[in-house]
Design a protein around this ligand. Structure first.
Ligand SMILES: [Zn+2]
Length: 413
């Protein structure tokens, strides 16, 4: 197994002190799936202590440490340090089959309707699309688009896989009745940029976020206990991490659902951009932003509570539509939306695509753009999507969508 050289370890320590996460990640992504760090190497600070890593590491594990654990910027205050030594026994040559199977099956059949408290559930749980199936289908290649599978374990490094439009961006979180009733204003009516439609897009993103954080973990955990009880503890880290902020996603979803019941769509503010060409990616996600579109920090990810926003990239009238929604008067939302204004039309498509693909999960790549990428670009894109860090310098270029700020007048017929 390859060991890092002294000069490589020196370089890592220089990047660590300068908080050059992009360079650190690109370096680890260029290494084989597993490699050895022979001496404790400083990779940054964590809770204001110097943080060192040594041992048998993987690119994925290093990316997780950099993105989720380190202080940004580098900020050691105490003359103390943490050394994490990763033993050889953690190296896995084969994907964990029981884990993968549990992931695949754990998402099905939980029988949960997220809107059950509103009453009138029809009982049958359906696969709710977060991006309209018909919109995706127009761009699909033999019924398929592409997504990144970050959760199940693979042997290869290219994690961009084909997915059928029947399945893409779906989650089994609503009964038939509520899926139809809650999203009829965006599924069945033409897009008119009304406050009500904006609200429903945000609600759907919130529902998906809540489902994936809360119920997905419940399903996977019970599948693991059924399939591989001896390994339940080993898998717990990956599952537990996904649940950490589920109370915040739940709060956002429930308050949006309440607003729908009361017909009050004034709690959510939305900024809307429209292009004049078809999108290259699509997706919709609720998240707690860490950076704005220019790469500037907008909130501390390690804070106790966070502001949440939703980003939706879809298509209307054969043009790319980008929606950014958050609480009215929320400074984090305003900073994020203002930063996208500031980027200017020429750089806006690139900013939106790299922001979404480098940090969010519920995103798909459309075949036309995928086809135009070289093998090297696909691999680069795949590793960037997996590392989940923004901004990245070498992000492949996306086609120009010519996004400009839109208002309700743009959609009047
Ligand atoms: Zn229901």
């Amino acid at each position: 197994m390859e060991s890092l050289t002294n000069s490589e370890m020196d370089r890592i320590e220089r990047w660590a002190v300068a908080t050059e996460f992009d360079r650190l990640l690109s370096f680890f992504e260029s290494k084989p799936p597993h490699f050895i760090i022979p001496r404790p190497v400083l990779i940054g600070s964590k809770h204001r202590e110097d943080f060192y890593v040594k041992g048998h590491v993987s690119c994925l594990a290093m990316a997780r440490i950099v993105v989720r654990e380190l202080d940004e910027p580098y900020n050691p205050v105490f003359e103390r340090s943490i050394v994490r030594t990763i033993p050889a026994s953690t190296v896995r040559k084969e994907p964990r089959q029981a884990f993968n199977d549990a992931i695949r099956h754990g998402r099905k059949g939980l029988g949960v309707c997220l809107a059950a408290t509103s009453g009138n559930c029809s009982g049958k749980i359906v696969r709710a699309h977060t991006i309209q199936r018909a919109v995706m289908a127009r761009h699909a290649d033999a019924g398929h688009v592409y997504h990144l599978d970050t959760i199940t374990e693979h042997k290869t490094l290219n994690l961009i896989h084909k997915v059928g439009v029947v399945k893409a961006t779906t989650f089994p979180g609503f009964c038939n009745f509520h899926d139809t009733a809650l999203f009829a204003p965006i599924e069945n009516l033409p897009f008119m940029a009304t406050a009500e439609q904006f609200h429903r897009f945000h609600l759907r993103a919130a529902a998906q976020a809540l489902f994936d954080r809360k119920y997905w973990a419940v399903g996977v955990r019970s599948e693991i206990i059924r399939r591989d009880p001896g390994q339940a503890k080993t898998h717990e880290g990956a599952i537990g991490a996904s649940q950490a902020d589920s109370p915040e996603a739940e709060r956002e979803f429930l308050s949006c659902l309440k607003a729908v019941r009361e017909g009050d769509f004034s709690v959510i503010d939305t900024r809307c951009w429209i292009g004049n060409t078809a999108p290259s990616i699509m997706g919709s996600e609720l998240f707690a932003p860490r950076k704005d579109f220019c790469g500037k920090l907008v909130q501390n990810p390690k804070a106790r509570s966070h502001a949440w926003v939703s980003l939706t990239i879809t298509e209307v009238n054969r043009s790319t539509l980008v929606l950014l929604s958050g609480r009215k008067n929320c400074p984090v939302f305003t900073a994020l939306a203002d930063s996208l204004e500031k980027v200017g039309m020429r750089g806006r498509s690139q900013a939106v695509a790299s922001y979404a693909l480098c940090q969010l999960c519920n995103m798909i790549i459309l075949p036309a753009w995928h086809k135009s990428l070289s093998e090297w670009h696909r691999k680069t894109l795949s590793t960037m999507m997996r590392s989940q860090y923004f901004p990245r310098a070498e992000f492949p270029s996306v086609p120009q969508w010519n996004l400009r700020k839109a208002s309700a007048n743009d959609f009047k017929t």
